[in-house]
Design a protein around this ligand. Structure first.
Ligand code: PPE
Length: 311
């Protein structure tokens, strides 16, 4: 990771190296953080942040679920992220807003721990590798289930959820796979360690409902909207594991992963074992929109005032 110049902290910009916390901050022992991942794309009209308001809303939703006192509004955090990208002179980047419980009291009950909000950004390339987008990735079904209902809330994007994600991702990696797909506590398909999942059979797209312990992904929502617009049937449905083995196409969505085809699952080829036509169609629609090559008909892009000349 290449450091950028500034990080926003509780309303002011500080130097990258100054964005530090005490080791006894509440978050370190107890995992008390919520965060976001947002992408800013390079377009012909300068940098544009994808679905910034929606990501910021989910950040505040996550904070509300965990009773974080937050003194900044959605509008203020939106403005701060635009300013962050502008100040750091980024053409494109990944933005990471983090809300955490800081240094103060000891013990689980966070009464004397201040809320610290940080907004950072850096350049981040393709999540599952450059060729993954065209070729697809080889994945497995994880032996770890996704967090069960009424344990850790799946609608919150909380740091603690990612201990589960790490188990899924590390197991996949050690067994030679790019990523793992987690089942929910009932054994139905949930999501990847850091991606939502879509399954296609006979021209119809299925995706697990949020009740299957899936994060309400912004990319998931975007792809659902694009599919409807393209006239491709799509339903949210509880999906049994074995549907993955007989699907024609399967793909992941996520801010980091974007739209990534899956070419095999547990070494069983998905369809023809390469990116399928519906995945390709949706990928094309997605990238044309985020890169500003198609009309932004949903108002998903927030322009950042340019400080770097266009290439
Ligand atoms: N599920 C999980 C568990 C998840 O972490 C993400 C995003 C998604 C679904 C997709 O959500 P959305 O980005 O809103 O479409 N994962 C973020 C973090 C990845 C990381 O390694 O860090 C991301 O993609 O930015």
């Amino acid at each position: 990771m290449t450091p950028t110049e500034k990080i926003w902290h509780n309303g002011r910009f500080i130097a990258w190296d100054e964005a530090q916390i005490h080791v006894l901050s509440h978050v370190v022992s107890y995992g008390s953080s919520v965060f976001e991942g947002v992408r800013c794309y390079e377009t012909q009209n300068g940098p544009a942040i994808f679905r910034l308001r929606d990501h910021t809303r989910r950040l505040l939703d996550s904070a509300k679920i965990y009773r974080f006192p937050v003194e900044f509004s959605q509008d203020q955090l939106v403005e701060a992220q635009i300013e962050l990208v502008r100040l750091n002179g980024m053409r494109s980047c990944y933005i990471r807003p983090i809300i955490l419980r800081g240094y103060g009291g000891v013990g689980v009950m966070p009464v004397n721990n201040p809320t610290e909000i940080y907004l950072a950004c850096w350049e981040w390339g393709k999540y599952l590798g450059e060729e993954a987008l065209a070729e697809g990735v080889d994945v497995c079904i994880s032996s770890w289930n996704r967090i069960a209902p009424n344990t850790l809330p799946a609608l919150a994007k909380a740091g603690a959820n990612y201990m589960n994600s790490q188990l899924i991702r590390m197991e996949a990696h050690h067994n030679g796979y790019a990523e793992g797909i987690a089942l929910d506590s009932e054994g139905r398909i949930s999501e990847g360690s850091g991606e939502n999942i879509f399954v296609i059979r006979d021209g119809k797209i299925l995706t697990p409902p949020l009740g299957s312990s899936a994060l309400p992904g912004i990319t998931r929502d975007s792809v659902m909207t694009l599919a409807r617009d393209l006239g491709i049937p799509l339903v949210e449905s509880v999906i049994p594991r074995e549907m993955l083995y007989i699907a024609d196409e399967v793909f992941f969505t996520g801010t980091a992963a974007e739209v990534t085809p899956i070419r095999s699952i547990d070494r069983i080829p998905v369809g023809a074992g390469r990116r399928g036509p519906i995945t390709e169609k949706l990928q094309k629609a997605f990238f044309e929109l985020v890169e500003g090559k198609a009309a932004d008909k949903y108002g998903w892009l927030t322009a950042v005032p340019v400080t770097v000349p266009a290439r």
